[in-house]
Write a protein of this length. Structure first.
Lengths: 247, 404
């Protein structure tokens, strides 16, 4: 399969779950090795192939990743909220400083230790902007409700203001209010220049958010275009593996 | 991680201490029940004598108090060794072997290498020899701990299996190095019939006693030991490295997807773990025996697992937990030496303690149960209060309804 993701665009992947969407995003972020083909970032005539880069190096190219299963990959239940937010910044201090507008004093000890102040500031920002309901930023993540956990995870990635956001199931198991908030923030991020690759098992979500659609069936892209171009009937036909001519 | 002590770690601190206290009480009870059963069966064990010799006499005599600290030092190090690996989600059972290799390396270095090589004579001052010998011990343990770490990270070989096997390899390897007069290269050859030990280490590598009139056992090695505990605590709780380590231990997939180098965390934590156990071995050689004696570690390496378990893998708690185990060890030795009761009686207490802590369900259920009783009593009092205010009657009907 081959596709491009542009700036200022939300590219949605429509497909029945289990047709290779998760494998696609994990190979983009580097959780799975790419055996064939390549993932590259193009910027002003310069292309960077990501295939042989580690996950950290990819994250440093300002790719952000929100995994499908927050309990499995997204968060550490026994860590506090602020420590969970730090998970996205532990090696990206500049981003953290930009997000908080605060520069850290560099000393030997500060290179060694966790910058507690920065952690607190980041946590405050995420909690305020996404109205996370938590007693404090030091509350353990496992004591938050699923929706609030998801807000923390989405919040910390969006605060990084990434160039590319790869997001798998942004609103699984959250209530309607949280869903709306997350949708708003994704659109805001798109408008500020980020390219968003959106995978969701919720077709409505994909249709409302996406500027362009990829239809995936059994590991292949079977159609590409806006929803108007593809057409609703053809989309649902293709999603379940129908042949093009039968549509 | 398959060994679940998460339930213990997750509870609040106050509750954790409560659960620990209850566990200790229960294991104490278990020991007394055992003694009673033994007495019914015809042995004549005096409970009060056991109590006195094990728990009170070690505290009365200054020499024995010193011995408690003497046993505590290596237990702190092996406890830390197990704990730091656990922080990265690894169960290092190899502290025993790592301690053995570390001790042997330090002993051989200070007895056979430095004194016999002319070019190294400049080192033969305490200022250089004490730290380098310690470092050699750390290196020995570090290599022995690093091998399972590398195997785990690169091939996925389970660290429990590998460390157990490494213990066995350490035993055979060190046996080859120091045990036999016929084939061992580093055995004490001065008398011709020495068995299982190196010749005495260079005087400059010895760690002096704190006060020889107070105790002929307690040496200054308690200082680097306590320092290690503080450093490990700082490393795990406060540094970026420690944060990544804990992240890997808590949820390796989340750590990986946020770009943490999980292989580095696994290998380095196993190396630090081995290094700490190796330090324990080196300090025993330098402070106590002044030569490496084969198998002089006893079970100090394995006891580290229990120490770490009781302390919930927290570096500062390990100091207290090691003190408890040092106290019990001294108590049991005192019991055995001054009466004809076996020290293994106290071993049952330790074992029961480990069972109650490894399976915290019994103790924590007991704690919750008492908490519930006191809470319901509070509610009852409150209800009774309102009932009196309302003149009775209404409350009674409500309770009946509730019961249906």
């Amino acid at each position: 399969m081959s596709f491009e993701l542009h700036k200022n665009e939300i590219l949605g992947i429509a497909g029945v779950q289990g047709n290779g969407q998760s494998e696609l995003v994990s190979s983009i972020i580097g959780m799975e090795k790419i055996r064939d083909g390549y993932v590259a970032i193009l910027e002003s005539e310069k292309a960077t192939v990501l295939n042989n880069l580690s996950i950290m190096e990819r994250l440093k190219y300002a790719i952000s990743y929100i995994p499908e299963d927050r309990n499995k990959e997204g968060m550490i239940p026994n860590f506090s909220v602020s420590e969970n937010i730090w998970l996205a910044y532990h090696d990206l201090e500049t981003e953290a400083e930009i997000a908080t507008g605060e520069t850290q004093q560099k000393s030997f000890l500060s290179i060694l230790t966790i910058p507690i102040n920065l952690l607190g500031k980041l946590a405050r920002l995420v909690i305020d902007r996404f109205s996370v309901k938590t007693p404090s930023s030091e509350t353990k993540m496992k004591n938050l409700s699923g929706g609030n956990q998801q807000k923390v995870i989405v919040g910390r990635e969006i605060m990084k203001n990434p160039r590319v956001l790869v997001i798998n199931q942004p609103t699984r198991g959250v209530d309607i209010g949280v869903m709306q908030k997350i949708h708003e923030e994704i659109i805001k991020l798109r408008n500020s220049g980020t390219g968003v690759l959106l995978v969701s098992s919720d077709l409505d979500e994909v249709l409302t958010l996406s500027d362009r659609l990829l239809v995936m069936y059994s590991g292949k892209i079977v159609a590409e275009g806006t929803i108007e171009e593809i057409g609703m009937g053809r989309l649902s036909h293709l999603m379940i593996g129908g042949k093009e001519e039968e549509a | 991680m398959s060994l679940n002590i998460g339930a213990l770690a997750a509870d609040s601190r106050r509750r954790r201490i409560l659960v620990l206290a209850v566990s200790f009480g229960l294991s104490f009870l278990a020991m007394i029940v055992l003694i009673l059963i033994l007495n019914i069966l015809g042995t004549n064990v005096d409970i009060f004598l056991v109590m006195d010799k094990t728990f009170f006499e070690p505290l009365r005599e200054p020499k024995m108090v010193a011995l408690i600290f003497f046993w505590t030092a290596p237990l702190i190090l092996t406890g830390l060794s197990v704990a730091i690996a656990f922080k990265a989600g690894l169960f290092n059972i190899g502290s025993q072997g790592q301690m053995m290799v570390g001790g042997a390396a330090a002993g051989i270095f200070a007895s056979n290498i430095v004194p016999k090589i002319q070019a190294l004579q400049f080192m033969n001052t305490p200022l250089l020899m004490i730290p380098t010998t310690m470092l050699v011990g750390v290196l020995g343990g570090l290599i022995w701990g690093g091998i399972p770490g590398v195997l785990k990270a690169k091939t996925g070989a389970h660290e429990v299996i590998v460390t157990i096997m490494m213990n066995q390899i350490a035993l055979s390897f060190v046996r080859y190095l120091v045990v036999s007069q016929t084939y061992s290269p580093f055995v004490d050859k001065s008398t011709g019939d020495a068995y299982g030990q190196t010749s005495a280490i260079s005087k400059s590598a010895e760690i002096p006693l704190i006060n020889s009139s107070f105790s002929t056992f307690l040496d200054w090695s308690i200082v680097p030991t306590i320092l290690s505990a503080i450093i490990i605590w700082y490393l795990v709780e406060k540094t970026r490295y420690g944060y990544r380590l804990r992240a890997v231990g808590e949820n390796i997939s989340a750590a990986k997807s946020s770009g943490i180098n999980t292989n580095f965390a696994i290998i380095s934590s196993m190396m630090i773990s081995g290094g700490l156990a190796g330090l324990a071995g080196a300090l025993q050689v330098q402070g106590n025996y002044h030569k490496y004696i084969f198998n002089s570690e006893g079970t100090l390496g394995f006891d580290g697992i229990a120490v770490a378990l009781v302390a919930g893998n927290s570096a500062l708690w390990i100091i207290l937990s090691a003190l408890l185990f040092g106290y019990l060890k001294q108590g049991s030795l005192n019991l055995e030496s001054s009466t004809d009761i076996s020290k293994f009686l106290i071993f049952t207490l330790q074992s029961a303690l480990i069972i109650f802590i490894a399976a915290p369900l019994i103790s924590s259920k007991l704690v919750s149960f008492t908490e519930k009783i006191s809470r319901s009593r509070n509610v009852e009092n409150a209800v009774n209060g309102t009932r009196q205010d309302l003149g009775g009657g209404i409350g009674g009907e409500d309770t009946e309804g509730g019961e249906k």
